[in-house]
Design a protein around this ligand. Structure first.
Ligand code: F6R
Length: 600
């Protein structure tokens, strides 16, 4: 995800901008740049590659001035090179723009501008904004931005400066987060409050459709009718120590190891022996309404979608409630019939994912009660849902989501218990579940003991080009998650499948160079998964099995057939996703490190 940071004040902007970009580095990027101003002179410096490359370039060619904007880019329109890096500047060199999001109608706008003689310097959608601003600038940058926004279709978090008004930064938000950092005699603009750590604790979250105008001494926010409003200032609850890598080499590894503690935080104050159930403060739905809910739709993207799939099994088994899980990117454009008693639950770590937000808004528009499971407190989705539950996983800095998945699944488990106890679960069953759920942090801590063994296995397989992840029932979404972690972090092609589906075609992919990771359940369909494993062995595919300890006969059987077996603690089937995902996260991490992939 791209990052934005802007500064206007009394200090040199360049070091503040570069430091802010470093704080956003964890998000991943492939180029970075800054534009600063000294009076009417705009200084543009940008580089493909790491922030260290930009910093080296700035040592030779500093960017002077007390105001500027900067950006880290993940290439979407055009390759990752110096030309396509942000900021983008208008042809006359007067206006610079950094942008997160996608301008959907950029091709039409670009053609119109080119027909009018404008020469473009990059392949990006963002440059269209800079060129349009030059055309519509009439002495007032705020006004020019307002006019140009009216021509854009798509999403944006935007920061703009002009050499003709060098005391001003203009920001705008639609579908891509932006916060104003309020200081004394200085102001900041950022796509993520994390970039402001150490600079200010006071932030103003812009809402969709809002714009801001920042000068050293003033900050103004305008609503979507262009009327100045009093936007509330929030204090960031951010513990800088938590954002430190500590003794870990990468944030991803640190966050994998934080899972036991994250689970404790997710459960704290939410489990009640007295009522043999769980409690949540923010659902904003009374028991009568919850009892009359006939169906849930869970919506999310990526890893959060996989947590939602685990949630589907949990809700159906424990609460006997039908659940449909929809990619948010599909739900937002679908017009599926949903009856009135359907509750829509959005699941998201950041609370800012554009598709999840759009799906939530579409569901609200259709009159459904909406809930959200969010990690980031005060995020847009957390604010816009009718009610919800915070994940309390702590800041997730690593690019790959790990501890948020863990807490999403555990909160879904507690919600399933809550809904189940309202319907058909007895107090005895409720108490048994509470006991099992309370033991989870310790069990996940034990699951982490496989770390060194996983590292060994990673050494065996880090050179492969393809991998398969196979599981059934509760472990099928975990197979999908294992495959996503590997592709995202190590750039190895990986697929997750329900194990029994292999024989319907995909087994053709299996050969001696394609390892399969098998997630073997402790009960239920264990025998069936073992016969799926035989099918893979018959085609000469190497097998890494993840299995629960405790069942000696099954363990022997697996050891005879698999090339490697990682044993995780024995737990009831509905808890297995949380222990089985641990070796998969570690495997993706170690393979990525061995391949020298920078995103770990
Ligand atoms: C995977 C990952 C992504 C996110 C997805 C949704 O490791 O990080 O797949 O899970 O982009 O993000 P949130 O949960 O913030 O809505």
């Amino acid at each position: 995800m791209c990052g934005i940071i802007g500064y206007v004040g009394h200090r040199e902007a360049e070091p503040i901008l570069v430091e802010g970009l470093r704080r956003l580095e964890y998000r991943g990027y492939d180029s970075a740049g800054v534009a600063t101003l000294t009076g009417p002179h705009l200084h543009l410096r940008k580089r493909a590659g790491r922030i260290a490359d930009l910093a080296r370039f700035l040592r030779d060619r500093p960017a002077p001035g007390c105001q500027g904007i900067s950006h880290t880019r993940w290439a979407t329109h055009g390759p990752a090179n110096d030309r396509n890096a942000h900021p983008h500047v208008s042809s006359d060199g007067s206006i610079a723009v950094v942008h997160n999001g996608v301008i959907e109608n950029y091709a039409i706008l670009k053609r119109q501008l080119q027909d009018a003689g404008v020469i473009f310097d990059s392949d990006t959608d963002t440059e269209v904004i800079a060129q349009l601003l030059e055309q519509h600038y009439d002495g007032d940058l705020v006004d020019a931005v307002r006019k140009v926004l009216g021509m854009l279709k798509g999403t944006y978090g935007l920061a703009v400066v002009s050499a003709r008004q060098p005391d001003l930064i203009v920001g705008a938000r639609l579908g891509s987060p932006l916060v104003v950092g309020v200081g004394v005699g200085e102001h900041f603009l950022a796509s993520d409050p994390a970039a402001l750590m150490g600079a200010t604790e006071n932030v103003v979250y812009l809402q969709d459709g809002q714009m801001c105008a920042l000068r050293a001494d003033t900050w103004h926010v305008f609503d979507n009718n262009h009327i100045r409003i009093d936007a509330p200032i929030h204090r960031i609850d951010w513990d800088p120590i938590e954002a430190d890598k500590g003794s870990f080499e990468h944030f991803m590894l640190k966050e994998i190891f934080e899972q036991p503690e994250a689970l404790e935080n997710a459960m704290r104050g939410r489990l009640s022996d007295e009522d043999a159930t769980s409690h949540f403060g923010g659902l904003n739905l009374d028991a009568r309404h919850l009892r009359s809910a006939e169906r849930f739709v869970f919506t999310a993207c990526g890893t959060s979608y996989h947590a939602a799939l685990v949630g589907e099994y949990l809700f159906e088994e424990l609460a006997r409630l039908p659940v449909e899980v929809e990619y948010a990117s599909e739900l937002r454009y679908r017009n599926a019939p949903m009856d009135r008693n359907t509750i829509v639950l959005a699941i998201t770590q950041s609370g800012e994912t554009a598709d999840t937000l759009a799906a939530l808004r579409e569901s609200k528009r259709k009159g459904h009660h909406t809930l959200a499971l969010c990690n980031v407190v005060g995020s847009t989705i957390a604010r816009e849902a009718d009610g919800g539950v915070y994940l309390h996983a702590g800041p997730e800095i690593g690019v790959a989501s790990t501890k948020a998945f863990c807490n999403q699944v555990s909160v879904l488990m507690m919600l399933a218990l809550y809904m189940g106890r309202m319907r058909h679960l007895s107090s005895i069953q409720g108490l048994r579940m509470l006991k099992e759920v309370r033991a989870l942090p310790g069990i996940v801590r034990r699951a982490l003991d496989c770390h060194e063994q996983v590292q060994e296995i990673a050494r065996k397989y880090y050179h492969v080009s393809n991998m398969l992840y196979l599981g059934r029932q509760y472990l099928y979404p975990v197979a999908l998650e294992g495959a996503l972690k590997l592709k995202e972090i190590s750039y190895i092609h990986a697929e997750g499948y329900p194990a029994a589906e292999m024989k319907h075609g995909p087994i053709a992919l299996v050969d001696g160079d394609t390892p399969s990771v098998f997630l073997i359940p402790s009960g239920g369909v264990a025998d069936k998964v073992m016969s799926n494993l035989e099918e893979i062995k018959a085609r000469g595919g190497p097998v890494i099995a993840i299995a629960c300890d405790g069942d000696e006969e099954l363990a022997r059987h697996i050891e005879e057939r698999a090339d490697d077996v990682i044993f995780v603690p024995q737990v009831p089937e509905y808890l297995q996703p949380l222990v089985s995902v641990v070796p998969l996260q570690l495997l993706a991490y170690h393979i990525a490190v061995l391949r020298g992939c920078p995103r770990a």
